[in-house]
Write a protein that binds this ligand. Structure first.
Ligand code: FAD
Ligand code: UDP
Length: 367
């Protein structure tokens, strides 16, 4: 007899949702994580009343009522709407690309005026079948927006030329001919009141957890404790980099506490220029409309990934996708291991997509 039905490797959203649902169905789970805390990348650290998004700004958004209701079981959400601004060559622009941005770029006041400039630029610089991020951006929004707000940010973020990056990345950003600075098109959006830890605590209530434990340091012993493993770490690491390592982009976060109430007037300010080494500054209190006398800001520096650093973003270009397919074939042959989440599926998932994917996998497993 095994001690557990499932050993869940990784206490991120995927692992927590899987463990929660499996436990509800009477299964016994053990959740382990190599970090000293639970929650994976949504973990928040409280600094004198301000929830610091320790692994980068996290804004929850979804179009799916079922997923929205699911997270609302564990925490109430506030009405925060993400409206980042971007600084480029000393000027400030609204994001995503909308009528405010176009006014700031060209002084256009109507959708017709803005459209005529953008359509002209798309005709000149765009193409029918964009093969990379640069071609996609030029075909979507034209040269001026690309050069002012996309090219340098993107190349700094990914450490690669925009021509070497997959087109889908830039399709995450809306383009609108209305004066609407909402970064997302989704129907539901907000920040959990009290931080993301509340959701994680709710998901893991009554479930055995162990932190500071790396699965690979004791793989055999751990594997013997459970009938099945739910693995949410890096798939290439699981197979000991058999086909070579997949590429990731890492980040470094530099936190500063300031004894002032308001540093930048917004939760997210992007820095487009290549000369600025960070991509954005987050002022966490604005996610929860904080009124504290102090503030905490975080500069986000993109970094080259090495096996010793955190793997934040999969680099889904064709070279890496081909390698991932080889790992995926091996994963599909496993009868006792379920792979899920951003690292195990090597996919640029947002939180709502992770929850949907975990719910789907646990349902398939237990029904
Ligand atoms: P993770 O949260 O990465 O959890 C995996 C866990 O597994 C980690 O805790 C890790 O320590 C653990 N682990 C790995 N290997 C081992 C091992 N060998 N042994 C033990 N434990 C191990 N999504 C949004 O919807 N909105 C946003 O605004 C947003 N912003 C983001 C900003 C940044 C900078 C980043 C990086 C991501 C952002 N995301 C956002 C995406 C979001 O973080 C993910 O979709 C989600 O958190 C992924 O959950 P996960 O469980 O797959 O992975
Ligand atoms: N992007 C950009 N300029 C910006 C913001 C984003 O060019 O001011 C591009 C960049 O390539 C980035 C992608 O759009 O990687 C997706 O942005 P998003 O804000 O969704 O990224 P995340 O929050 O996941 O880092």
């Amino acid at each position: 007899m095994q001690k557990y039905d499932y050993l869940v490797v990784g206490a991120g959203l995927f692992g927590c949702v899987f463990a929660h649902e499996a436990t509800k169905k009477g299964k016994k789970c053990l959740v382990i994580d190599k970090r000293p805390h639970l929650g994976g990348n949504v973990y928040c650290e409280n600094v004198d009343g301000i929830n610091i998004h320790k692994y980068g700004a996290h804004i929850f958004h979804t179009n799916d009522k079922h997923i929205w209701d699911y997270v609302n079981q564990f925490a109430e959400f506030n009405n925060y709407i993400n409206s980042p601004v971007s600084i480029s060559k000393g000027k400030l622009y609204n994001l995503p690309f909308n009528m405010n941005t176009f006014y700031q770029l060209w002084g256009t006041k109507t959708p017709e005026e803005a459209k005529s400039i953008i359509e002209r630029q798309i005709k000149t610089y765009g193409c029918e079948d964009p093969k990379n991020l640069e071609e996609q951006a030029l075909s979507l929004i034209g040269k001026d927006v690309y050069e002012t707000l996309i090219k340098e940010y993107t190349e700094k973020q990914w450490g690669k030329k925009a021509t070497e990056l997959p087109a889908f990345i830039i399709k995450r950003l809306p383009v609108r001919y209305t004066f609407n600075n909402n970064y997302f098109n989704d129907k539901y959006q907000g920040i959990p009141i009290g931080g993301y830890n509340k959701i994680i605590d709710g998901l893991l209530e009554g479930i055995e957890v162990k932190t500071n434990v790396d699965f690979f340091e004791n793989k055999n012993a751990f594997s013997q404790q459970a009938d099945k493993i739910v693995f949410t770490g890096k798939i290439d690491e699981f197979y000991n980099y058999k086909f070579g390592n997949l590429e990731y982009r890492s980040l470094r976060f530099e936190n500063t506490r300031l004894e002032k109430e308001n540093y930048q007037g917004n939760a997210v300010v992007n820095y487009n220029d290549a000369e600025v080494p960070y991509t954005r500054i987050i002022e966490h209190k604005h996610f929860e409309f904080g009124k504290q006398a102090h503030t905490v800001i975080t500069k986000e520096f993109p970094e080259q990934w090495t096996t010793k650093k955190e793997a934040y973003y999969p680099i889904n270009n064709s070279k890496n996708q081909e390698k991932y397919q080889q790992y995926k074939i091996m994963a599909q042959q496993e009868s006792n291991v379920i792979f899920g989440g951003r690292l195990a599926e090597y996919k640029y998932y947002d939180m709502h997509q992770i929850i949907a994917s975990a719910l789907q996998k646990v349902k398939k497993e237990l029904n």
